[in-house]
Design a binder for this molecule. Sequence first.
Ligand SMILES: Cc1cc2nc3c(=O)[nH]c(=O)nc-3n(C[C@H](O)[C@H](O)[C@H](O)COP(=O)(O)O)c2cc1C
Ligand code: SF4
Length: 443
Amino acid sequence: MSKKLLLKNDHIPNIHQLAVYRAHGGYAVLENTLKNSNPDHVLEEVKKSGLRGRGGAGFPTGLKWSFLARPEGVSRYLVCNADESEPGTFKDRYLMERIPHLLIEGMILSSFALGAKTSYIYIRGEYFYVARILEAAIAEAYAAGLLGKNILGSGFDHDCYVQVGAGAYICGEETALLESLEGKRGNPRIKPPFPAVAGLYGCPTVVNNVETIAAVVLILELGGDEYAKIGIGKSTGTKLISASGHINNPGVYEIELGVPVEEFIYSEQYCGGIRGGRKLKAVVAGGSSVPILPAELILKTANGEPRLMSYESLGDGGFATGTMLGSGGFIVMDEDTSIVKNLYTFARFYHHESCGQCSPCREGTGWMEKILHKILEGHGTMQDIDLLWDIQSKIEGKTICPLGEAAAWPVAAAIRHFRSEFESYVQNPENIKDIKHYYRLQN
Ligand SMILES: Cc1cc2nc3c(=O)[nH]c(=O)nc-3n(C[C@H](O)[C@H](O)[C@H](O)COP(=O)(O)O)c2cc1C
Ligand code: SF4
C-alpha cells in the first residue's frame, strides 16, 4: 500500500527551488484554481476529500474551514502550525526542508478558499535553518508573482510570512501559538471563543498543521472524491509517519492510511524490522502524548484483528487496549527497553513544558516526575505506583488545554500495560545501578 502523494517528488535534486518545483508540475494546481475555480469549490473539494487534520487531533479540515466566521470588513487569517515539538515527530520538518513550495502552494490555495489575505507560518525556534529555507522559497514566490498583489492576474492578493518561535512545546497548542504570534507569552487561551471566531488579533482564524495544508494541493490535483478513495474508512488519504527508535530504517515515510502496523514495522519498504533481530516490546504510535501499547496490542486489536495504521484501528478498544494515530510520531521499543525510564523522560519533558496556568497540570506534572525519579533512584514504594495512577487520573479533563492530558495519558498507559515493571523496580532496588547512571547522564 505504498502511495506517494506529498513526497512523490522529494527525491528530485533541488526540488526546494522554484524553477525545479515548477518543472515538475508545481503551482499548476494554483494556476488552474485561480483561473477556473472559486473559494466555495475549493472548500467543497476539501470537504469531499475527508481530510483530517494531521497535527494530532484528526479533526475534519473541511468542517473546520466551514466554521470560519466571515463578518463584513474583518480580516481573516490562515496560520500554519509548524511548531512540531511533540517528541518522536519530525515529518513537518522533512516536508518543509525538502519541498517548501508544496507548503507555500497549499498556503495560497487554502487562503484563497478562506478569503484570507494574510497568512503566517509559525515555526519552532529549533528549526531556524528550515525557516531560512521557507523564507528563500517565499521570496522566490513573490518574485514570480505567486504571492503579493493580483496573484497570476487573478485579482487575489495574498501575503505570507514566517514567524520563528522561541522553542516552547506549548506554542504548538493553537491558542498559545496565536498568543505567541501576537508577541505575548505563549499561554493557551480559554475556549470558547475558538480561533475560527476570535483568533489572531481577535479576528477569525484557521490554524492548520503543515501536512494538512500541503495535502490541499494534492486534493485539488486529484479531486476530493478521488482523494477520498485513498486510505481506509474515515481515514482518507496518505499520512507522513516519523519512525524512530529500535528499528533498522528510521525516517519519514508516507503511507496510505490502512497499512497494517505489522507491515509498517517489519517490511523493508518501511521500518525494516527491529534492530539486531531483537523482539518488539512496545510502540508509542502517535508522538509521546499517546498511550504506549505493548507488542501484542499494537500488532493486533483486542479482538485479534490486525491493527492498521488508521485513526479508527489504532483507536480501537479505547485507551483500555488501543491508542491514537496522533501526529504520526511512531516510536518503536525493543525488548531491552525500560518502560519506566522512558516514561520518566516523557514526564520530565511535560513538567518542563507546562505553562503553569492550571494547578492540575503545573503541580501534577512535577509530582509525577518526582515520583518516577524516586522509583528510578531505588526508593520507590508500591504506594507510589498507586499515587502515580491517582495523580494522572486527576488531570484529564480539568485543564485549559490538552497538555495536561498529554502528560497524564502516557503515565496511565505505562502503568496499565507494564505495572509489573514498576513493581520490579520497587521490589529489586539492587538491580537499578544502571538506572542511577542513566539519571545522572540526563542531568
Ligand atoms: C501541547 C500541544 C502541542 C501541540 N503541538 C502541535 C504542533 O507542534 N503542530 C501541530 O500541527 N499541532 C499541534 N497541536 C495541535 C494544535 O493545537 C491544533 O489542533 C492543530 O495545529 C490543528 O491543525 P490540524 O487541524 O491541521 O491538525 C498541539 C496541541 C497541544 C495541546
Ligand atoms: S494544561 Fe498545562 S500547559 Fe495547558 S494551559 Fe494548563 S498549565 Fe498550561
